[in-house]
Design a protein around this ligand. Structure first.
Ligand SMILES: [Zn+2]
Length: 240
């Protein structure tokens, strides 16, 4: 399996790697900085280069059957065994890291202030995202309240920690239980947890910034009802 360098260091924008397989869907490497889409975070794009060749990576995902991190490219693939360089579209990825961190803070605010859990969420390029909550009511006023609270907490510049916890410890953590950690497959014995000090703590495979100050200000741009006990907020980062 590919060594996913981004799960240990989200700030790596480049790495050297070797092609280990070519599939119908794309290129598999021994290691990568390209985030494979999942958990609502888009897959990374950028370029791979070797010799005088530079080929765009248009998306990164886990192959449905094998789970291998697969780089979808636009061009002739490098042969198996090629040593190459990976380079992210860093501004795009960094925005995803800020958006993703903003969503954690938003879910923390809604849970602590309103007792509601997250039912779904998704991120788009450009600092745009939505999150759904088990709330009975939603209003523009609640959106404004949450926006003020969210920005206050982000501005406190809280550190964001990446923890690797033994499964038993993670399953006993009340903060993690609310995020349905029991759904993590039993075969996984180490659970990656994103802990934003004093704001939110959840099991997660995505990439995040180091501290909430990097997110900047966030606007709640839309509030809507998606049904009983399912209410949606759309957010937009002020700085794209
Ligand atoms: Zn996350």
């Amino acid at each position: 399996m590919t060594d996913d360098l981004y799960s240990r260091d989200a700030y790596l924008a480049t790495c050297d790697a070797v092609v280990v397989a070519l599939t119908d869907e794309g290129v598999v490497l021994d290691r990568t900085v390209f985030y494979a889409r999942g958990g609502g975070q888009p897959g990374d794009s950028g370029v791979i280069s070797w010799g005088d060749r530079v080929v765009p990576v248009t998306d990164t995902f886990k192959a449905r059957e094998t789970g291998e991190i697969t780089h979808q490219i636009a061009g002739e693939p490098p042969p198996v065994g090629t040593a190459l360089t990976c380079e992210l579209d860093w501004p795009r990825r960094y925005t995803h890291m800020r958006t993703h961190t903003a969503l954690h803070a938003l879910s923390g605010v809604i849970f602590r202030d309103h007792g509601a859990r997250v039912t779904g969420g998704n991120m788009e390029p450009g600092g745009i995202a939505r999150m759904d909550f088990e709330l009975d009511a939603m209003s523009a006023e609640l959106g404004r309240e949450v926006e003020a609270e969210l920005n206050g907490r982000l501005a406190a510049d809280r550190p964001v920690h990446v923890l690797l916890l033994p499964r038993a410890e993670a399953l006993a953590d009340p903060d993690l239980i609310r995020t349905k950690i029991n759904l993590v497959p039993a075969s996984i014995d180490t659970i990656r947890v994103i802990d934003i000090e004093g704001i939110d703590r959840q099991a997660d495979g995505g990439t995040h910034v180091r501290s909430t100050g990097e997110v900047g200000r966030v606007r709640v741009v839309k509030t809507e009802s998606k049904g009983k006990a399912n209410k949606r907020m759309r957010i937009q980062l002020e700085r794209p």
